[in-house]
Design a protein around this ligand. Structure first.
Ligand code: MRU
Length: 363
């Protein structure tokens, strides 16, 4: 997608193919900074501390992390080194399934190499494939999802379609295009009038800082709202459709996404507003069925709730928001049960959030 008119992906290799480059998302929206990752340890820190974030991008970054590990791994003990690197990466963030899937895919692919040279070549090719696949899947999510927006637009006789989204499931959360925002970009590019309500998404404010930034870069009309505003907008006919992303979706269609998504789904159901989850197939976890019981929810540092950061006199600063002695809890995700989800927008098409429909599409 475009940053000031120039096309960027969120992750790419340097010219020597030995350094991984990322956009440091902690600096957005005020600063566009490119960071170089040289070791798998750099990659682990970048994922854990959220220089990169979002399910698809975490997976792609882990893929390149395994490639960097393969470059450094000694001839003797190569496989063990990679296994340890994979374990370290998997422990960085637990909820997005793309991370574990990318590491396991790399380990399996690399094990087919006959010698270290070939294993390194395979690691690079697999990392590139994971990233390209992610971009390609998201582009196709846009193609399928845009039909939903088009239908609403026709129904409203061309009046603006109001989409509500939570957190950031745009191109910054993937390699390119995004999941929840891919249909929005496709609609905007087709000349359909579309406007996005952007939940600020406390505590880390990925909506206010990242979603708003990337929509602005693409000139898509949008308005940032406090997280608790959605229900009110829905009651007053100001939301036509809710589209969010997901970090892990079970084979029954339960979806883990940024904390607060569940409440939006409840409000959408109460107001008869379609609630869609957009995801590439890499976000399915077919091994589990019951999301509420089986998906591990990441708990992050309480200071992300207690402090808030922003721009002050040209510098990014963090300030204490709460009474100094008050403790906080910081669950990063929640699970929306399939019964509250109107449908899933995937690279293979749109289906119901039900075991049978998902199985039909992803046989
Ligand atoms: O904690 P994050 O920023 O990595 O959370 C991921 C998200 O941005 C959202 O949950 C998103 O909607 C799904 S990731 C495509």
């Amino acid at each position: 997608m475009n940053v000031n008119g120039k096309h960027f992906r969120t992750i790419w290799l340097g010219d020597d193919r030995k350094v991984v480059q990322i956009i440091d998302q902690r600096q957005l929206p005020h600063k566009f900074t490119i960071e170089k990752l040289r070791t798998v340890e750099d990659v682990a820190i970048a994922i854990k501390d959220m220089h990169v974030r979002g399910a698809g991008l975490i997976g792609a970054t882990a893929g390149y992390g395994m490639y960097l590990a393969a470059l450094r791994a000694p001839q003797k003990g190569f496989d063990l080194y990679l296994l340890k690197a994979g374990t370290m990466l998997k422990e960085t963030r637990p909820t997005a399934v793309n991370l574990t899937a990318a590491v396991n895919r790399q380990l399996k692919a690399i094990s087919n190499g006959r010698d270290v040279k070939e294993k390194r070549r395979i690691a690079l090719a697999t990392a590139d494939r994971i990233a390209d696949e992610d971009a390609n899947f998201c582009r196709r999510i846009g193609e399928h999802g845009v039909k939903l927006i088009e239908r609403i637009s026709r129904h409203k006789k061309g009046k603006t379609v109001n989409v509500l989204t939570h957190c950031n499931a745009g191109w910054l959360a993937f390699v390119d295009y995004g999941s929840a925002l891919a249909p929005v970009y496709a609609a905007h590019d087709k000349g359909i009038r579309v406007h996005v309500w952007v939940d600020e998404t406390r505590p880390r404010n990925q909506g206010a800082s990242l979603t708003a930034w990337e929509l602005g870069m693409h000139r898509v009309p949008h308005t940032i709202i406090a997280d608790n505003t959605g229900g009110h907008l829905m009651q007053h006919g100001m939301v036509d459709i809710v589209i969010t992303g997901a970090d892990r979706v079970t084979r029954n269609g339960d979806a883990a996404n940024k904390i607060g998504t569940y409440l939006k789904a409840v409000a959408a159901k109460d107001n008869d507003i379609p609630f869609y989850i957009a995801l590439p197939s890499s976000t399915f976890d077919f091994a589990i069925a019951d999301g509420v019981r089986e998906i591990q929810i990441e708990e992050r540092n309480q200071n992300e709730v207690r402090y808030i950061s922003g721009l002050y006199k040209g510098k990014n600063v963090s300030v204490l928001l709460t009474p100094n002695g008050s403790r906080a809890k910081n669950f990063a995700f929640d699970v929306t049960p399939a019964r509250l989800i109107t449908g899933l927008i995937t690279e293979r098409g749109v289906c119901k959030a039900s075991r049978d429909d998902i199985r039909r599409l992803f046989r």
